[in-house]
Ligand binder design. Structure first.
Ligand code: PGA
Length: 250
């Protein structure tokens, strides 16, 4: 079973600026008032205060892009879950493939980050996905199951409070998208793994991410186990992002 109201999350990555953020968000909020999907924007940490202010009173939730696996202390440059909560952050991305790849984040680190977020009352959006080599070697299922198992193992019964994002690494920022069938196949695997772990798993949204755009969104979101999207590049242009949100609101 899947969630009927889609959850759409924009991941700005390391993009934006004070002026650019304001001019992106203003038309977005105008255009979004008539839409029926749930939505959030995951922004760079320095802009949390600005975005908290800009999104106040709107239906758009605020999200972070990463969180420390530690509570507090001597971890220069890190941002803790409690700090995110100070800015009314509702979601935080953990385990994005760019963090796994460029910052060598292990499955155990990602699981610990999800744990910290949950303890602070923030919903972790746990990203997982296979590389092109892994897909070509027929390892897709094994890889995503291993990545999810680490998070399930560390979080026990709290697992029903997470959001999962399936993001095939080969589809991120490349213009290549998983076909709706490929996405559905992996989402179904993740759904049954979650259901085996928790009787409350039906409430977990499983998002698809990887070059989702105005043209392919409707078809991907029509899949029975695709509960929403995690959108990078296309969330940086108000008109493109609004078209995707419209597809999610049908
Ligand atoms: P993309 O990024 O939409 O630009 O492919 C998605 C993501 O990395 O979350």
């Amino acid at each position: 079973m899947s969630q009927s109201i889609k959850l759409m999350v924009g991941n700005w990555k390391m993009n934006g600026g004070l002026a650019a953020n304001a001019s992106l968000v203003e038309p977005l909020l105008d255009g979004m008032s008539a839409l029926s999907c749930r939505s959030a924007l995951c922004v760079p940490a320095p802009y949390l205060a600005q975005m908290q202010h800009l999104l106040m009173g709107s239906s758009v939730d605020l999200g972070g892009q990463d969180v420390s696996a530690h509570d507090s202390g001597a971890y220069t440059g890190e941002v803790s879950a409690d700090m995110l909560r100070d800015f009314s952050v509702r979601y935080v991305i953990v385990g994005h493939s760019e963090r796994r790849q460029y910052h060598a984040e292990s499955d155990a680190t990602v699981a610990a980050k999800a744990q910290r977020a949950l303890a602070a009352g923030i919903t972790p959006i746990v990203c997982l996905g296979e590389s092109l080599e892994e897909r070509e070697a027929g390892q897709t299922e094994a890889v995503v199951k291993r990545q999810l198992a680490a998070v399930i193992h560390a979080n026990g019964h709290c697992i029903s409070e997470i959001v999962v994002a399936y993001e095939p690494v080969w589809a991120i920022g490349t213009g290549l998208t998983a076909t709706p069938e490929q996405a559905q196949q992996v989402h179904a695997v993740l759904r049954s793994q979650l259901q085996a772990a928790s009787t409350q798993a039906t409430r977990i949204s499983i998002l698809y991410g990887g070059s989702m755009n105005a043209t392919n969104a409707a078809e991907l979101l029509a899949q029975p186990d695709v509960d929403g999207g995690l959108i990078g590049g296309a969330s940086l242009k108000a008109t493109d992002y609004l078209s995707i949100l419209k597809a999610a609101s049908r």
